[in-house]
Design a protein around this ligand. Sequence first.
Ligand code: MN
Length: 248
Amino acid sequence: MPHSLFISDLHLSSNQPRSMAEFQHFIAEFASKAEALFILGDLFEYWAGDDDLDDKFHSRVIAALASLTHYHTKVYLLHGNRDLLMGEVLAKACRATLLDDPTLMDLYGIPTLLSHGDTLCTDDVDYLRYRDQMHDAKFQKDFLAKPLAARKAFIEELRRHSNEAKQSKDSAIMDVNDEAVAALLRKYHYPRLIHGHTHRPARHQHVVDGHACERWVLGDWDQQGSALRVDAQGCNVILFPSKPQPGH
Ligand code: MN
């Protein structure tokens, strides 16, 4: 049956060989059979700029995505907070199309809104302030003008601070805000919503102005790879273990 697959928050890096092995397995065994693969942000642990394409590890990720053209699987990339600097050069190398956040599209007859999801976490005021700065065009231009090594060092330092900050934050403020979700659903005329970012995979039901809207949250790949399969009958979660379990 024609279907599309959704993934996010893989956080691929050379330090996480398990996630990379699962990603390659996923591309060959699952994505190759889909009409389209949508990556809703945070494919990479971080992306310092499209001049980092030649990095050995990045080349493997790009080759895996580009291989999907042989199977006629369309690939769509949406920015996450970690890889917001992914640009057209990377997209072209992956044979992928960059999507705006959010993007509304018809999926097998159902209007569906796609987002990374970080803009819905409106209780995390510090994060949103930081996000505004990172999305500022002048900031990005100045940042990308720095040498690649300096950019990587800066990002690694930011990540250390962010990990420390996360540990002291109440977990409730790092989830989506229900009113922000309702406002987004209202703005786009009550679609189905698919997003990642929070690492809290689930199916939620929202009733907004009397309209019932499904919200699917994608899982991260920190412990186990997962994807959401969408076809004309609806959405289903696929989980894939990296290796066969002993004794099975
Ligand atoms: Mn994220």
